[in-house]
Every structure is written in C-alpha cells, then in structure tokens.
Design a binder for this molecule. Structure first.
Ligand SMILES: [Zn+2]
Length: 430
C-alpha cells in the first residue's frame, strides 16, 4: 500500500500544465503527480480517492501530458492498411458504468484541453452516437474515447479492432468498484484481456472511492500470469480539499439575546454573492427560509437551467409539472403545480389579492414579490411576506423530494406544509 507522497511537480508536469494549475489557483495534488510518475514507469495503477479529490483529472493527466509531448515530436504517418492517417491513433480509452457519466466527464475534460490549447481530440461513444459518427470513429479515431463496457464489447467484435486498439496506451476504468461485482464486470474483464492482447504497451488505471478489498480490483486491472498473481500498483489519495475555516467578523452589534444569525444576514448575503458555490446550513427554520428566498431571487439556486449552464447533470424538464426546463421563475410562479399551491396558501391565510394578478407576466421573482406586496395594506404585508417565504421554500422542497427521494406530495399537501410552518413561525412570536 502506498499513500500518495509528496512528489516534486517540476520534472513531471510540463510548464504549460503548471501554469494552468496556478491560473486556477490550484497546485497539483500528490496523487495526481504520483499517477504521472507511475505512468512514466509504465505501471498500471488503482487510485482510491474520495469524491472531490481530483480523481478524474489524476486519471487523465498522464494521457494529456503524453499527447502533448507526442504532438511536439515530428508528425509520423501511420499506415492503416486501408487508408493513411497522420494521427497517432487512439491513445486512451475511458470506460464508465454510465453513459451519462462518460458524456459528463468528456465535457469536463474539454476545459483543460481548451484552456491549455492542447492538441487532443476527445469523443464519446454511447448507444446515442449516430451510426455515421461510429463509422468515422473506427476509420479516424480520436485521441481519447469515452465509452461504456457494452460499447467496448461491440468495438472489439468488429474487424477493425486490431487497427483501432493497436495504438492504445492507456485504459481508464472509472467507478471500478461498481463495475467489477456484476455481469458487466465479467464482460469488461474479457474486453480488457482482449485489449491487452491487441495493445502490448497498454497500461490501466482504475478509479474508485473507498474499497473494502482493493486487491481484488488491483488483480482485475492487469493480465494474470499462468502461475501466481499480478497486481496493479495502489495509490491512496489523502482526504479531499483542505478546509479553510474562518468565522465571520461582523461589523454589526451582537444582540444580547436570541443568538440567531439575523443581525449578520447582510454580511452573509454579501459573502454568498462573492462566491460561485455556497452550501448554506442553518438550524433556524426562519433564517434558512429567508436565506433561501434571497438565493432564489439572486438566481443562484441550482435549478436545472443553472445546472445546464455549468454543464452539470440536470433533469430536462420541470419535475413538478413535467413541463418546460426548470428555472427559478418557472418553478415559483408560472408552474401550474406552484400556482395551485399559491392559491391554496393565500386562501387559507386570508390574503386575497385585491386585484387579479397574472403570475406569468413578471420577468423576475423580485419584481413579482415587490408588486404583489405593494397591493396589500401595510399591516398585512408582514403576513404576506411570511407566506411567500415559506411557500417558496416548500415548493423547492417538493421539487427536491421528487428528484432525490422519488416520492411526491399533491399541491394541497404542499400547501398544508406551508401552513404548518407558518403556524409554528407565528407561535414563536406570540
Ligand atoms: Zn413546472
């Protein structure tokens, strides 16, 4: 067993890679350098790293470096027997248990390639890849191909397999622990054996989160001799990113009693505004819901449209009405489900709007909130705002219930939750 140890980045990482890391405010992790070093020695490796530990980048880093170095050398013509190509052929195969993961990883990998302007072509091949592109991939393969065990089996069965995989240098198996224990794992091990036969220079990299029996995976990654066992090297990454803990040094006067964060909310808002991603934890329901409403208005909530903008996995439609792509504005105002909740809550709270308001006519939640609030007499506004905050919060909770818990409530039941929260909220101030 070897814990990733401190390795000097300089001899392993080319200059442009080092610059790219620092341009993002990163330094290469020990296990990322360790994988580079093992790749230089032609070793196969099992990397065990926690989620968020830069595992995928560690797996691809040796490939990106090698492809950059290969492009810097004079171009060679590679004869295919049928046609002639100037490319060096397929270099790295990435295999994931999920086609969605393969597509997601490909998109993420495009970022360093684009930002460093690397001469690397990345493509995916899944059940959704059009037949014309599949054919082209066999004739003129990319440098890196991301696919699934089933697609690998199909590729290996084709007559072009020796040409396609003859140049292969590395195979990366992601989420290896979830693959090996199934029939898909058996299929994959057959595919892997064939790959090692077709590409004598091939090395493998297995990526995994915590594993109970790493030796099983290490054996899986390398061809087994007739007698004895062979094992891939083992690299264990230390915990994820180092936490940088600070306590808010507030400019506000601390209240003598009721130590909630209310006095510091302004500063907390400001803090969230300055950061790209914030995880908010609050034990106080009232603060939590207020913060949530603020984040929603700032359009900083991870609704499907915002996830899509970041190329993160997202559902394609609103999970409440199966309608259009989810956005904060749709989810809270124009969604037919949400409208039913609003009608019920406002009726129970006796907050009938003085005039008919079309929720779909507003371009932001803030505008809608401001205009509707102004329609109520001053003494009703506090009650109205409370109802808005808790309704928004409960609609969001329902949305999450559907996505993450695969269960659902009716609009009437969601409205009932809002009423419970509001009763609790009011009893606290009585
Ligand atoms: Zn909807």
């Amino acid at each position: 067993m070897s814990l990733a140890k401190k390795i000097d980045a300089a001899p392993l990482l080319p200059e442009n890679f080092s610059r790219w890391f620092s341009s993002r405010g990163w330094t290469p992790r020990a296990h990322q350098l360790e994988l580079l070093s093992r790749a230089r020695d032609g070793r196969s490796v099992l990397l065990i790293a926690p989620t968020g530990g830069g595992k995928t980048l560690a797996g691809f880093l040796p490939t990106l470096v090698e492809l950059t170095e290969r492009a810097a050398r004079p171009q060679q013509l590679v004869s295919t027997g049928k046609e002639v190509h100037r490319s060096g052929g397929l270099h790295t195969l990435y295999i994931s248990p999920l086609k969605a993961l393969a597509v997601y990883i490909a998109r993420n990998l495009e970022t360093p390639v684009r930002e460093m302007n690397l001469p690397v072509r990345i493509e995916t091949r899944t059940g959704d890849t059009p037949a014309s592109k599949r054919q082209r991939q066999r004739r003129d393969p990319p440098d890196i191909l991301l696919t699934t065990p089933e697609q690998l089996a199909l590729l290996l069965a084709s007559a072009d397999a020796p040409f396609l995989f003859g140049s292969l240098r590395r195979v990366i198996l992601d989420e290896l622990h979830s693959l090996v224990t199934s029939k898909r794992g058996d299929l994959l091990s057959l595919g892997l054996a064939r790959l090692f036969a077709l590409a004598p220079d091939l090395t493998s990299v297995g990526l995994s989160a915590t594993v109970a029996e790493p030796d099983d995976l290490r054996r899986f990654l390398v061809p087994q001799p007739l007698t004895g066992t062979a094992m891939a090297d083992l690299v264990i990454a230390e915990g994820g990113a180092e936490p940088d803990v600070t306590m808010l040094d507030t400019e506000e006067m601390l209240p003598w009693a009721g130590h909630s964060a209310r006095h510091a909310l302004g500063e907390i808002y400001d803090f969230i505004r300055r950061h790209k991603t914030s995880l908010i934890w609050s034990a106080k329901a009232e603060n939590k819901c207020k913060l949530f409403a603020w984040v929603l208005i700032q359009n900083k909530l991870l609704t499907a449209d915002n996830l899509a903008r970041r190329s993160w996995p997202h559902q394609p439609s609103c999970s409440l009405c199966n309608g259009p792509m989810e956005s904060g504005l749709h989810m809270c105002l124009s969604c037919p489900f949400a409208q039913e909740v609003w009608i019920q809550v406002l009726a129970w709270e006796n907050l009938t709007l003085p005039q008919q308001i079309d929720p779909t006519s507003f371009s932001s939640i803030e505008e809608w909130w401001g205009e509707t609030e102004a329609l109520f007499p001053k003494d009703c506004r506090r009650m109205y705002n409370g109802a808005v905050i808790y309704t928004l919060w409960n609609i969001w909770k329902e949305r999450n219930r559907r996505i993450f818990e695969h269960s659902s409530l009716t609009p009437l039941q969601v409205a009932g939750r809002v009423r419970e929260s509001l009763c609790l909220y009011r009893s606290a101030f009585r």
